[in-house]
Ligand binder design. Sequence first.
Ligand code: PHE
Length: 456
Amino acid sequence: MTSERKSIHGQWSSRLAFILAATGSAVGLGNIWKFPYITGENGGGTFVLVYLLCIVLIGVPIMIAEIMLGRRGRQSPINTMKTLADEERRNDHWVWLGWMGMIAGFLILSYYSVIAGWALSYIFRTASGVFVGATADGVNSVFGDLVSDPERLLAWHTIFMVMTMIVVSRGVKNGLETAVRFLMPALFALLLMVVAYAMTTGYFMEGVQFMFTPGEIKREGVLIAMGHAFFTLSLGMGAIMVYGSYLPKGTSIVQATMFIAAADTIVALLAGLAIFPIVFANGLEPGAGPGLIFKTLPIAFGQMEAGTLIGTAFFVLLVFAAWTSAISLIEPVVAWLVENKGMNRLYASVWTGVATWFLGLGTIFSFNIWSDKTWSIPYLFKNYSFFDTLDYLTANVMLPLGGLFIAIFAAWLMRETSSRDELNTYNGLYKLWRILLRYVTPIAVIIVFLKAVSVI
Ligand code: PHE
């Protein structure tokens, strides 16, 4: 009986613990670092609209499916897919879905950790008071100094990877719950403070208009918006699936998903509302790229009352948010090594940590010694660095592809009795979910893919 299957890695202590851990996974650099800069690069309004549509029509149904598959399979994504494919009498090839996800998580963490390292270094920058009264130029050059120094980036990347692997080696359930419960609301409160500051700049409405007035969007902008919906909700690679596998039976997956998606979206929108007014007030470029938050927020902290304290706390919490996401990125790999290779968690964590750390060097060098090493693929991207390519490949290709297959498996190949039993929700809600996942979600993903390669 499926309902009696148990995870060998243990279970969350409660429904709340799961919700908090999954929110910790979803809310991270994606919301505060990535969302504002890709919104800026892709012209604002329409991009935000496409992103929001993707969250509702693609992200939410897939998140429900992913948690459901995880809870039913109760193993690492690869083994979960194997077990469920057997149970539903489907082909064994479905394990590839788990493989692709595992590889995506590993690739993402390699650059995620480098960016989290930037945030780590900004804790100390901000605390030292260098930003007090700093001009946009001054703040810009602090950022330039950091990213042009591979040694410093390497040191911070190493520290972040060690932090992540320590938690993963102990098992993700210890401590995550308490930590997220207190620190997430604190992050939210500090974001509100920066938004309040943004309102005093005199450019708040410019920021709002930029984010919410529809305008031009390029073909690739649509793909980036969809890819980001997957990235920000941690979907399409098994992170949420593996967290779902530790979820006790009988908790409402649909409700949990609504909460996680709403919290994640609100944090991203607040980050945008905090940053764009600062961009316009200081005559900066919204399309400044991956350094955007590091070039804008310090200006605010330099001018706000108690800005040094608030800014330091902000970067501490940002690192924390990145940490709880990083843990979930690598958990599928570690869970699989424990299940299939008989490794203990510590050993599995050290090995994956070292491999990820090594790949991270490519991202570090993208910002300095390899910054002129770029390449282009016609129709897809132009002059992309190692980091840009990794980001594109994972967020815009691998995650949506993983999500598409999850939708196909959960809505077309899994028997209705199985998914009904696992979701155990109101009939109308179940039907709505299944229709969305059968038709709307896969078609939307395919259309966006085809549009990106200029077929339609
Ligand atoms: N959702 C995380 C963020 O927004 C990143 C992430 C992606 C985590 C995929 C897990 C899996 O920062």
